[in-house]
Ligand binder design. Structure first.
Ligand code: NAG
Ligand code: NAG
Ligand code: NAG
Ligand code: NAG
Ligand code: NAG
Ligand code: NAG
Ligand code: NAG
Ligand code: NAG
Length: 504
């Protein structure tokens, strides 16, 4: 209650508009005029509101009061020990940064938080009784150890402001709330390596889940280095994590006010969620459930469209049903480097073994929902090591992933995808190619150190791995050799479903 009284005191100076939720149920309910969820809640709220006995408050904070009720009934505990352990239990009116993480710094601000994008700042209004309250700086991106990319990331200044000055009538110093929220904010950057699907999930979306899931969507995302394409591409997921439209920090110079903020994202490991580090022991499979909910509406729409179309052309469906009786193998196809040069022969082999084969060639513009649909309905996926392997997150647990590992990429393949695949409960098979299966063999021959001793190059640094082994290598699979992992994948799939599939 303290906070609402305070607002009223300042009320005359605030231009307050409560931002309505985005696509979430809350927003729908608000705009429909019937926010109250149950008569009991309604009753309680009325008592509480009459107690406050002030219509003015009702005009802008009924939304907030009810949120407070909902939050209490959901009963989540303090999140700080999971997000910024060193900041556990910080009092209201303080800024605290936990810089102990290897991959990211995370700061928490409690109290009267207001954005000031012109100075790339977030202010915390508090009475400055203690002069040692020093400002903090943070780059809200999760690759702290990579100085070169961090240099490109925008820094946020987290600054204490004297509470008095906002009442002093000094317009210059005054930061009037244009948009007031009764929920916390999470600030993060979509700069850095954003643009590469691995980094988008690893450095962005998964850490966002880790940092915000416990708010049950009652959180606003404030995006530094905002890209509208990113919001388009990841909107389905973002709206599963937040009921509010994301704020473009640099592009929207209005003052957004929160009662609490997290600047920076917590990250655990490559493409995963460490459940022992999560409130409620959430795992990477909980993250996958978020994906499933995110993509379901779009996928249902696609299915409906197809059904309508198929109803027009009878015969087509029967044929498809016949094919789907077999386990489905998706070949994730690359173009440019690390291509499978004999991909057509691989398709033939997989069909001969008994798979129904789908070749997926995602590019930057392919809708993620379509990729999800394809992989969520598959029993196995094959692909050459590379960023597109990130889509292993779309595979159902207990399905098979075969990663083809070109020469010189063993470490990266295992670290970035092999390990995460196991944590996803996938049946993971790493297929290390023999020198003769590499296009570099034709180029350099058996005796060249590039073929004989890749480690002598890769240990010199990532740049060498990239230039020699990632950018210029293609794969010509020895299909006699590859038949073995593929048959294993087939047997595993058939066993998993038993009589569902007709065995050939
Ligand atoms: C926290 O502090 C802010 C200002 O620093 C104040 O507006 C708010 O009422 C305080 N909240 C609580 C719960 O004490
Ligand atoms: C001021 O802050 C410093 C460090 O945050 C703390 O050690 C000190 O006790 C504080 N002093 C008062 C008077 O609150
Ligand atoms: C700031 O507020 C405190 C108490 O709230 C008051 O004692 C002090 O005089 C104020 N300072 C200014 C500059 O208004
Ligand atoms: C915010 O941006 C608008 C349009 O870009 C501009 O007219 C306005 O002066 C800006 N306000 C502030 C406080 O910078
Ligand atoms: C989470 O896991 C820990 C240790 O494995 C266990 O002690 C705790 O009860 C679990 N909490 C929940 C909510 O499942
Ligand atoms: C993914 O597959 C599961 C099991 O086949 C299904 O229940 C679920 O609805 C699918 N998800 C989407 C988004 O289509
Ligand atoms: C069936 O096809 C015709 C012509 O191709 C089209 O006009 C009609 O709208 C289609 N019906 C449905 C249900 O899609
Ligand atoms: C590979 O990509 C290039 C450009 O990105 C495109 O022009 C070419 O058609 C693609 N090739 C295949 C086989 O998809």
């Amino acid at each position: 209650m303290v906070q609402y009284q305070r607002l009223i005191k300042k009320g005359e100076r605030l231009r307050v508009s409560v931002e309505e939720g985005g696509s979430g149920a809350t927003a729908v309910a608000v705009s429909g005029g019937g926010y109250f969820k149950s008569t009991k809640q309604k009753f309680l709220s009325i008592i509480f509101l009459s107690f406050l006995c002030c219509c003015y408050i009702f005009s802008f904070s009924s939304f907030s009061l009810l949120d407070a009720f909902n939050r209490e009934s959901e009963g989540f505990g303090p999140y700080e020990p999971f997000i910024a352990p060193l900041c556990s239990g910080i009092p209201n009116g303080t800024i605290c940064c936990d810089r102990a993480g290897f991959r990211s710094d995370v700061c928490i601000m409690k109290g009267d938080v207001r954005t000031h994008s012109a100075s790339s700042s977030v202010f915390l209004y508090t009475s400055l009784k203690n002069k040692s309250k020093t400002p903090q700086k943070v780059k809200p991106y999760t690759r702290k150890w990579e100085t070169s990319v961090m240099q490109t990331v925008q820094e946020l200044n987290l600054v204490y402001r004297d509470d008095n000055s906002s009442l002093s009538g000094n317009e210059h110093d005054n930061n009037i709330c244009d948009v007031l929220y009764d929920v916390p904010a999470v600030f993060f950057s979509t700069g850095g390596y954003t643009g590469n699907v691995y980094h988008e999930f690893n450095d962005g979306i998964i850490p966002l889940f880790i940092t915000s899931h416990h708010f049950n969507r009652k959180v606003v995302f404030v995006i530094v280095e905002y890209h509208s394409w990113w919001v388009t591409k990841y909107g389905d997921i973002v709206s599963q994590l937040s009921d509010y439209p994301p704020v473009d920090f640099n592009g929207d110079n209005r003052t957004h006010c929160f009662k609490e903020a997290i600047a920076g994202l917590r990250i655990h490991d490559e493409l995963t969620v460490g459940s022992s580090l999560m409130l409620g022991n959430k795992t990477i499979l909980d993250f996958r459930n978020v994906l499933d909910r995110a993509y379901w509406p779009r996928i249902r729409g696609l299915i409906q469209d197809e059904e309508i179309e198929a109803a027009n052309k009878t015969g087509k469906r029967i044929q498809e049903d016949g094919l789907l009786k077999r386990p489905k193998l998706v070949i994730l196809s690359r173009n440019g480097s690390r291509e499978i040069l004999n991909e057509n022969d691989l398709v033939d082999l997989a069909e001969e073994i008994g798979f129904f084969v789908e070749v997926l060639r995602p590019d930057k513009t392919t809708e993620l929902a379509k990729i999800y649909r394809c992989l969520n309905s598959s029993d196995a996926m094959v692909g050459v090591h590379g960023a597109a392997m990130t889509h292993l997150l779309f595979l159902k647990p207990r399905t098979v992933l075969i990663q083809i590992i070109p020469i010189g990429t063993e470490w990266a393949a295992e670290t970035f995808y092999g390990g995460p695949a196991k944590k996803m409960k996938l049946k993971y098979i790493g297929y290390k190619i023999k020198p003769k299966e590499s296009s570099l063999y034709d180029e350099y021959g058996n005796d060249d150190p590039i073929i004989r001793d890749p480690k002598s190059f890769t240990r010199k640094g990532w740049e060498y791995t990239k230039k020699i082994y990632l950018e210029r290598q293609n794969v010509n699979l020895d299909l006699k050799r590859f038949r073995k992992p593929l048959s294993r994948a087939y047997d595993f799939s058939v066993k998993r479903f038993g009589p569902v599939y007709s065995i050939h």
